[in-house]
Design a protein around this ligand. Structure first.
Ligand code: KIV
Ligand code: ZN
Length: 390
């Protein structure tokens, strides 16, 4: 069976930058955009050009420097937005306008004080207008997660008739269950007339911690683009984390879905975005967290020392982490202590290890983590006869 390409649409610089306190200046955005291009993302959503002169300028400068990826600008289904985005994207090798409108009952009723027929008309007009500027037009049906599937199919048909190349199906509020979101994508694939002319895209928010699972359910059911951000940053609880979906598809080759991302740059990219945005990566964050490859309980450490396969489902080097870590705590066993002692230069006999381990437990109970300098001190205190060999 041949492998299908899943396009990676990175929105760190748009949805990610909407996070309070994460605002970047143009220079910082350029550095990140360049890195995303090297990482191998297919699309960089560079900003929302009409939102401010600063964002317009950032999109324009990013459009000029990106070599490989498509550069995209967000708009509402509003003529002025589309004109401004088209202007900002002029210098791009591959420009894309991302336009759209809310389609759920609550968006139509409360946000637009409108009705379904009017929204269908605005969908068609916005895409058709964007097509007068660029060939590549993506349409988003905001709050598609809570939009009735039959109506959503009609919206998608209107967008396709107007020339949309990509249909974005956002779970804007992060409400869907994976089964439900997957079924939505399947429904659209099977019921939208002309669907073969467009790519279905997943844009999932993480309000209930399901963004990654929903995006994977989407591609398993036929979507071929995932919208995501580095470290999963984004509105409220964030977006789908790029590093998670990329590694899920890589570690499950039988899905026959590939992203083409240079995964060895993931860790560095995560740190770079975290540092520039001042947004700490939680230590237990999947794939790029400080503890993602750290083992601290005795049972796990013993297994890891015997064979890494026992507790690691991916090689840390594949995501750019130099090595797994055996962290010494009061839950660590003799195997871990012997392993770490050897790393700092002490080859312990079984008898010596017994002596040292007793003292180790006393030290470990008094602090969160036993470091290399503590090991040297323990060797001195116990007078175990262990000789530093290094
Ligand atoms: O979450 C969302 O619906 C969005 C759209 C603007 C694409 O970010
Ligand atoms: Zn979003």
């Amino acid at each position: 069976m041949s492998t299908d390409k899943v396009q990676i649409f990175d929105t760190t610089l748009r949805d990610g930058e909407q996070v309070p306190g994460c605002k970047l200046d143009t220079h910082q955005k350029l550095v990140i955009a360049e890195r995303l291009d090297n990482l191998g993302v297919d699309v960089i959503e560079a900003g929302f050009p009409v939102s401010s002169p600063g964002d317009f300028n950032s999109v324009r400068e990013i459009a000029k420097i990106v070599k490989n990826a498509t550069v995209c600008g967000l708009t509402r289904a509003v003529k002025k937005d589309i004109e401004v985005a088209a202007e900002a994207l002029k210098g791009a090798k591959r420009p894309r306008i991302h336009t759209g409108i809310g389609t759920s009952d609550s968006h139509i009723k409360y946000k637009f004080r409108s009705n379904q027929e009017e929204i269908l008309k605005r969908t068609f007009e916005a895409v058709a207008y964007a097509k007068t500027f660029v060939e590549d037009v993506e349409f988003y049906a905001e709050d598609a997660g809570r939009t009735n599937n039959e109506y959503l199919a009609r919206v998608c048909e209107a967008a396709i008739r107007a020339g949309a190349t990509v249909l974005n199906i956002p779970d804007t509020t992060g409400y869907c269950l994976p089964e439900e979101y997957g079924a939505k994508i399947k429904y659209l694939r099977e019921n939208v007339k002309g669907i073969e002319k467009a790519i279905l895209s997943c844009h999932c928010h993480n309000d209930l911690g399901l963004a990654t699972a929903n995006s994977i359910a989407g591609v398993v059911n036929g979507a071929r683009q995932i919208e995501c951000t580095i470290n999963g940053i984004g509105e409220r609880a964030g977006n789908t984390a790029l590093e998670e979906v990329v590694m899920i598809l890589k570690q499950h080759p039988y899905l026959n879905l590939d992203t083409g991302i240079n995964t060895r740059l993931l860790y560095d990219t995560s740190r770079m975005v975290s540092e520039k945005m001042g947004m700490v990566v939680q230590p237990n964050k999947a794939v790029v967290g400080a503890n993602a490859f750290a083992h601290s309980s005795g049972i796990h450490q013993d297994g890891m020392i015997k064979n890494k396969e026992t507790y690691e489902i991916m090689d840390p080097a594949e995501v750019g982490v130099s090595d797994s870590a055996i962290v010494l705590t009061a839950r660590s066993g003799r195997a871990a202590l012997a392993y770490r002692s050897k790393k700092v230069g002490y080859e312990l006999t079984k008898v010596q290890l017994d002596v040292v381990y007793k003292e180790f437990l006393i030290v470990a109970d008094s602090k969160k983590e036993v470091k290399d300098e503590d090991i040297h001190q323990i060797m001195k205190t116990t007078n175990s006869g262990a000789q530093a060999v290094a």
